[in-house]
Design a protein around this ligand. Structure first.
Ligand SMILES: [Fe+2]
Ligand SMILES: [Fe+2]
Length: 194
């Protein structure tokens, strides 16, 4: 699933992704980004995919009991949400530099990580694809179950939220179309499990 030339990054990222289902979340983001990239030949896969593998490593610096209070409906510590980005920039920079990546390669990747969650506007197509891939996982059974568990949402509340998100949460039309397909799949799975 993770391309062989990205394995060195992935193996170094994984120890930092052992909180909040981040390892599985990150692997989902990677797959969605590959699909988005297939439809956006102008984007740079060697920026987008490394940025996604490393985007949430900074959560490892946030105490686990405070992570669910750092974002979402119960947010009490917005500074910790920001910290997962700034510490992510530091850790990602160290990982990439340790693998011999040049500053020229590292800067555009860490610029995306810095703000992947809190920055409202996207800086570039690469940035937009990272932001979109980081949201699409919510339209999967794994996302539904995980987010429901975090915040105590009912399935109906979540489906409602996911439907609303289609109108404003994505940066590319491609991701909106992908999310619609995923949402149809979710609705059918839920209906068939009843
Ligand atoms: Fe994040
Ligand atoms: Fe994320």
């Amino acid at each position: 699933m993770i391309a062989s030339h990205h394995q060195p990054i992935w193996q170094r990222a994984r120890p930092y992704l052992q909180t909040r289902s981040n390892e599985r979340h990150t692997s989902y983001c990677y797959v969605f980004a590959q699909q988005l990239l297939a439809l956006h030949p102008d984007a740079d896969a060697e920026i987008v995919l490394p940025a996604l593998l490393l985007h949430d490593v900074g959560w490892s610096t946030v105490p686990e009991e405070k992570q669910l209070l750092a974002f979402g409906p119960n947010m009490r510590y917005p500074e910790l949400r920001r910290q997962h980005e700034t510490e992510g920039v530091r850790i990602a920079g160290e990982i990439l530099a340790g693998l011999g990546w040049t500053t020229e390669q590292i800067v555009p990747i860490t610029a995306i990580i810095d703000g992947h969650d809190t920055r409202k506007e996207s800086l570039s197509l690469n940035d937009a694809l990272v932001k979109d891939a980081d949201k699409l996982w919510r339209y999967t059974p794994f996302g539904l179950e995980t987010v429901g568990g975090w915040f105590g949402y009912t399935t109906a509340e979540q489906l409602n939220l996911l439907e609303k998100w289609l109108g404003y949460r994505f940066y590319t039309e491609t991701a909106v179309h992908m999310a619609r397909g995923l949402l149809a799949n979710l609705i059918l799975r839920i209906a068939e499990s009843k």
